[in-house]
Design a protein around this ligand. Structure first.
Ligand code: WTA
Length: 655
């Protein structure tokens, strides 16, 4: 990628027709049918979405499908509904009450490799647990509109808590269990959240993650928190603060199992989810009720071709948007069995995922390219030990999938008979925007292919002019769709600036892309200062501010560079304060410091010390040079505007 524009990538020649049998039973049966529905959805989006929304339950129907005052969209205006109701009672009413809703397995394994802890909950049983939790939350003082923070392991109670919050109209804010105390504090404060649900700990690679201790540490940095509900998961020692902390069982067990779902306005806030942007602290991405509900239900239905007898497994953590939309809300609204796994993919061995697929006869499997690459590196022996013949479809998300990983997935896991859906979307988009329809869209490894119904993506130059086919540019979405974010919590100015100011009136994704001769989209990565490490999104500014918060650091600049395993890796260029010794100990200290502030996913792979950072005469750090340096170990590009060459002259110091 050059600074003046985005260079087009080489054309990929690989193209796969979908397996023939799949389409005969699919929701959409041919490319012609897709083209027809797509054209209708673009010509009259309101009629299209009204039709799709008819599959959901509404207490009160909408007066208008869409109200669009750019950049603010309101969908199903005037309607009343409840997502929790749609995931539970609506499924029971469709005859799925005794169907398994959640099939969970914990990480600890017995000596024969079988899981120690397994929980199965039918839709009816899940409803009971959700009602108890909802009533319990109310008893603790949670009211409609209160933000409830969930900092939990991947256990059924996390889903129960989300659906309980949704039931009473208390927006949830889920924080990834791998984040440190500082990240909890930042999110609690931004959301002004008084209630936290956590667990004593969670299992990860045979070790207990001390979740409750992290919450305690966070509570020392802010006095916002009134109540902490603690689930007993690992049995590790925790300190309970009288008056503030209460055990999950004690708080919820005696509560009534009846709790009518609140009839919520279509635009009532459903949740906040914090994500990294190109500047400063993570932003609270705001999603509301009806639009998100309909969009996740419909994308899950068509893109994973969900049917009630599906055993569907998405390996994401619920701490990310993928878990929200495609473990919880999308699949449950389709009445399928959702498999959920607590721990690491390689515990106790590298075949854990394949063992789970075999054990529960998983039919639809959704994971990330970074996981596929990690499995690929371990060889075909692990998947070959297991019967994967139940698989009918596989998906990927989070970053571009390289053709080699795609081929391995296709051949070794899918045995060449499963369509692969490469799904492009973002925390902000609520659901998948670009993806093949399985069994229908011919796939090209590395491309997310064509837009979903109602989605109008375009590749444009910086003035908003359409780029010719196969020329890279900025990826925008021309019109709003039901799942679009409604804002950044408490910051309309940042919302407008970040997404709506580049190309007036259109949603700017932050991604670069090109569209090929068949109308297929090829995502080329971020054009802003967001890095994707193992599919996780990190802002360079967030890591830089963590580095400069270290007392010995004067200045820092962070860039991403290509990495075979993680997609991108983090390189940090640091200038230290006068007199501080530059050595490996210092590197380790800084890496630890970043982990403590932002989390282990933000750990820089490489740290380089410099006397000064390369800046333009106007003082802007020249990231392009740093990226080149991190990638190639040298700088070939134009350096005429560079003020200080000292960084460039430092020898490469790869680890
Ligand atoms: C990247 C994850 C290529 C992209 C759901 C986007 C992808 C960012 C793909 C959003 C894909 C996601 N192919 N790139 N299939 N899916 N991305 O918010 O850069 O964690 O902007 O949402 O991930 O990351 P987020």
């Amino acid at each position: 990628m050059s600074e003046s524009g985005i260079e087009s990538m080489a054309k990929s020649s690989l193209k796969f027709d979908p397996p023939v049998q799949f389409a005969s039973t699919a929701h959409v049966k041919s490319m012609a049918e897709y083209e027809k529905l797509y054209a209708e959805s673009i010509a009259d989006p309101e009629a299209f979405w009204a039709g799709r929304a008819a599959e959901s339950h509404f207490f009160r129907k909408w007066d208008r499908v869409l109200e669009w005052n750019a950049p603010f969209a309101r969908w199903f205006v005037g309607a009343q509904t409840n997502v929790s109701y749609n995931c539970l009672e609506h499924q029971i009413a469709r005859g799925r009450g005794d169907h398994t809703a959640i099939l969970w397995e914990g990480e600890p394994a017995k000596s024969d490799g079988s899981p120690r802890d397994v929980v199965r909950l039918t839709y009816r049983q899940l409803l009971v647990e959700v009602c108890r939790c909802a009533n319990g939350l109310r008893k603790l003082g949670v009211q409609k509109g209160d933000r409830v923070t969930l900092y939990m392991p991947m256990v059924p109670e996390l889903v129960i808590a989300m659906l309980a919050c949704a039931r009473i109209g208390a927006p949830h804010s889920v924080i990834f269990g791998g984040f440190p105390a500082q990240a909890i504090v930042d999110r609690l404060q931004d959301a002004k959240s008084h209630y936290v649900i956590t667990a004593d700990g969670g299992w990860r690679r045979g070790i207990i993650v001390p979740l409750k201790a992290n919450v305690d540490q966070a509570c020392q940095m802010t006095d916002l928190v009134k109540k902490v509900v603690v689930l007993k998961r690992c049995g590790n020692d925790v300190t309970m603060t009288a008056g503030r902390d209460v055990w999950w069982n004690e708080a919820f067990a005696d509560c009534s199992d009846q709790c009518a779902a609140e009839q919520l306005d279509s635009e009532h806030m459903l949740f906040l989810l914090y994500t990294s942007g190109s500047t400063g602290k993570p932003k609270g991405i705001l999603h509301t009720t009806a639009g998100y509900m309909v969009y996740t239900a419909q994308t899950a239905k068509y893109i994973f071709d969900l049917k009630p007898d599906d055993v569907y497994w998405c390996t994401a953590d619920i701490g990310w948007i993928t878990g929200h939309s495609y473990i919880v809300y999308g699949p449950l609204q389709n009445g399928v069995t959702v498999v959920m796994y607590e721990g690491a993919p390689n515990f106790p061995e590298w075949d854990r995922f394949w063992a789970i697929i075999e054990r529960y006869k998983v039919t639809k499997f959704y994971t990330a390219p970074t996981a596929i690459r990690a499995f690929m590196k371990q060889g075909t022996g692990w998947p070959e030990k297991h019967d994967l013949s139940s698989l009918r479809l596989m998906g990927t998300v989070g970053e571009p999938i390289n053709p080699a990983a795609w081929m391995w997935y296709h051949e070794t896991i899918g045995k060449k008979k499963c369509p692969i859906v490469d799904t492009w979307w973002q925390t902000e988009t609520g659901g998948i925007l670009i993806a093949p329809l399985p069994g229908v869209t011919p796939t090209k490894p590395g491309s997310a292919t064509r837009p979903f119904f109602g989605i109008e993506p375009a590749v444009v130059d910086k003035d908003g002019n359409d780029q010719p086919r196969n020329v890279g540019g900025l990826l925008i979405i021309r019109k709003p769709w039901p799942g679009i974010l409604r804002g950044i919590y408490g910051d309309d100015a940042r919302f407008k600036q970040q997404y709506w100011s580049q190309i007036e009136g259109h949603y700017f994704t932050g991604d670069g892309a090109r569209c090929d001769e068949d109308g297929y989209f090829w995502i080329m990565g971020r054009v802003d200062d967001v890095i994707k490490v193992s599919g996780h999104r990190l802002g360079t500014a967030e890591i830089e501010s963590a580095l400069v918060s270290h007392p010995k650091v004067a200045e820092a600049a962070v860039v991403g560079y290509p990495d075979d395993m993680t997609g991108e890796a983090i390189a940090a260029f640091v200038t230290l304060k006068g007199g501080v010794k530059v050595d490996d100990m210092m590197k380790e200290e800084l890496k630890r410091h970043v982990v403590g502030q932002v989390g282990s996913i933000a750990r820089p792979k490489e740290i380089r010390f410099a006397d000064a950072l390369p800046k333009t005469r106007s003082g802007k750090i020249m990231r392009r040079l740093l990226r080149e340096l991190a990638t190639k170990g040298r700088v070939d590009g134009d350096t005429t505007t560079l003020e200080d060459f000292s960084t460039i002259s430092q020898p490469a110091d790869d680890e």
